[in-house]
Design a binder for this molecule. Structure first.
Ligand code: SAM
Ligand code: SF4
Length: 329
């Protein structure tokens, strides 16, 4: 039986957060996310207006989903994003966060803060400019880093950095990240590669097991669970050692799945609602959102939730077809 006051599914998981993708377009082409050439983007006419997406947030908030993460594609390539943050607040969202590659953040950090954005996650896979350029296919590390520093300067704290660890590419940078969190109030979250979309990683790297890494780092640095670290709604667990200013997180969908405690929904920029990241199954909220039909939207949200599976099938060799840049990361 599904409880409709809080969005509880048949496995007892209460859904309190949604990732809303505002665009599938991006100013980078990360090798694990998009092909180098020939990426097909959604026709602009299919992309919902901010008003439609904010209406979705309003309906979701009425069902107890009051935490929104704005994602993409790269959310900052869409114009007037601070206005969308304001709309979310008016729609009843109590926590608004965003995931970005930070390339455009220097210019927009202050206005996002003023608009009421609460938290920022920055994706940054290498501290080496050449490697950063290789994995992002042309991104400038310095520009992303300037975006991060500006975000700190205008009051976003602590910033979370998401770094995808790939064997043969950046696993030798772990200790540099450790040094950084010892000295700065940053949360660095190591992430595992997931089999989603068309990756183009042949010359770059491959999956790296982070549960094993966490055990090694625990022994080496005496890590303990960081109970004073803000944990947010997400799956990461945080760790630190005495005296560290920041903390480390480990996002381990493959080596230690956290599906049993999943509390997330995902909405694409065309209005497709996915109850699970892994399965290519969604309900189309688009027409109901454009028509501002609250009952229809609510019914479809409940339908998506009723069909949500217990866990992902990635360890059985299944690959998700829709890419992260369209689903919304
Ligand atoms: N463009 C923004 C960014 O990169 O932060 C937001 C969207 S991006 C799709 C969101 C997150 O998804 C990034 O942190 C990225 O590293 C992650 N991601 C993309 N493809 C992935 C994959 N196959 N496995 C694991 N994480 C992935
Ligand atoms: Fe763009 Fe983010 Fe995908 Fe990189 S991970 S290509 S920055 S959407």
């Amino acid at each position: 039986m599904i409880d409709t006051h809080t969005l509880t599914d048949r496995f007892g998981r209460v859904h309190t957060s949604v990732r809303i993708s505002v665009t599938d377009r991006c100013n980078l082409r990360c090798a694990y996310c998009m092909p180098a050439k020939g990426m097909k983007f959604l026709p602009r006419a299919e992309v919902l207006d901010f008003e439609d997406l904010a209406f979705a947030a309003k309906v979701l908030a009425s069902l107890g989903v009051k935490s929104v993460r704005i994602s993409g594609g790269e959310p900052l390539v869409r114009k007037d994003l601070p206005e969308f943050v304001r709309m979310l607040r008016e729609a009843g969202t109590t926590k608004v966060a965003m995931t970005t590659n930070a390339l455009l953040l220097k210019r927009h950090a202050a206005e996002l803060k003023d608009a009421g954005l609460d938290r920022l996650n920055i994706s940054l896979d290498s501290l080496d400019p050449r490697r950063f350029e290789k994995i992002t296919r042309n991104g400038h590390l310095q520009k992303a880093w300037e975006g991060l520093e500006e975000a700190i300067a205008v009051g976003f704290s602590p910033i979370k950095i998401n770094t995808l660890v790939l064997k043969g590419f950046n696993e030798d940078e772990i200790e540099r990240w450790v040094e950084l969190v010892q000295e700065r109030e940053l949360i660095v979250r190591f992430m595992e590669l997931m089999p989603i979309g068309e990756d183009d990683l042949k010359d770059v790297g491959s999956y790296f097991d982070l549960t094993a890494l966490r055990k090694e780092l625990t022994a080496k640095h005496g890590l303990v669970p960081a109970t004073d670290t803000h944990v947010g709604n997400g799956p990461a667990k945080y760790w630190k050692a005495p005296g560290w200013k920041g903390a480390l997180g480990f996002i381990t969908p493959m080596s230690q799945s956290y599906c049993a405690t999943c509390s997330r929904l995902r909405l694409t920029c065309t209005g497709k609602l996915r109850a699970c990241l892994a399965y290519d199954e969604d309900v189309d909220l688009g027409p109901a959102l454009r028509a501002r039909d609250e009952d229809a939207a609510r019914g479809l949200i409940l339908k998506a939730l009723a069909e949500k599976k217990a866990g992902h099938p990635w360890n059985e060799g299944v690959r998700t077809i829709m890419g992260m840049s369209e689903i919304g990361g």
